[in-house]
Design a protein. Structure first.
Length: 270
């Protein structure tokens, strides 16, 4: 990506996700390298999508404009991954179908903060907060009570079947910005966990304070599958931002730097 920017090519990308908002995660030397590439090539780099991305940067920050007082901003993904076809991600990264005493890559110390800490830090920056260090990671793993089958991996009884995690940004030891995921591999699992009001998955933003506010953002493709539409919304958030990224100042551009992005020109005609 740095090579492209250095050679004058504007870039929008869904990864690496840490570049969604890398301040406080990547070393200053690497951030300066990206900035220098922008100055040299006169081009910009924007990494975004839906999560990390719109569902936990633009959407929650837009909601906070309605607040009189904010006690906590919580961004949740609540989803059934049984139709999510990514075998390596499901088995090796998340650890679904693996023995409960196995530590998958995602749950190695610091990985959650690297993958999703960017959105916590970006919301905090948008709200003018200085967070305690380090971010707090919380994990709940759920054992399969029977055999489950998904499109990506078989999940035998006794192996990991569901996962809940949080990455929390605290101020003086109190949670203020929280990224939370509830990931099931079958709709019947973990009935005590939150569920979407409709469909198989959603993003939910809950802002505690005055007033109390909740917004649920769901999506599904024309065939009804939310995993298909998840790929579409990830890509289109980037595609529709191209003009704004080209017009932006050279270097790394985050959602805090861009104007309102719309679906201009996409309304069906005829």
């Amino acid at each position: 990506l740095i090579f492209f920017v250095e050679n004058g090519i504007n870039v929008v990308s869904s990864g690496p996700v840490v570049l969604q908002f890398p301040q406080g995660i990547l070393p200053d030397s690497l951030l300066e390298r990206i900035a220098a590439a922008g100055r040299t090539g006169g081009a910009s780099l924007h990494v975004n999508g839906i999560d990390p991305g719109f569902a936990n940067d633009v959407l929650p920050l837009s909601m906070t404009s309605l607040s009189q007082r904010i006690d906590e901003v919580r961004c949740q993904e609540i989803a059934d991954y049984s139709t999510y076809y990514q075998p390596v991600v499901m088995r090796d990264l998340f650890g679904f179908g693996q023995p409960m005493d196995t530590t998958p890559l995602l749950l190695s110390p610091g990985i959650l903060s690297m993958g999703w800490g960017s959105v916590v830090r970006q919301i905090a920056t948008g709200l003018g907060l200085s967070l305690d260090e380090p971010l707090v990671e919380r994990v709940q793993r759920v054992e399969a009570d029977r055999d489950y089958s998904t499109v990506s991996v078989e999940i035998p009884k006794g192996t990991m079947a569901a996962l809940r995690f949080e990455v929390a940004g605290q101020v003086d030891g109190v949670d203020r910005v929280v990224l939370e995921h509830y990931t099931r591999t079958h709709a019947d699992q973990c009935p005590d966990w939150p569920t979407p009001h409709e469909g198989d998955g959603c993003y939910r933003i809950a802002i505690s304070g005055e007033p109390e506010m909740t917004v649920e953002f769901g999506h599904h493709g024309e065939n009804g599958d939310h995993n298909v539409s998840g790929m579409i919304v990830t890509a289109m958030r980037l595609v529709n931002s191209v003009a704004a990224v080209v017009d932006a100042e050279p270097g790394l551009v985050t959602a805090l730097d861009l104007p309102l992005i719309t679906g201009r020109g996409l309304v069906t005609r005829g």
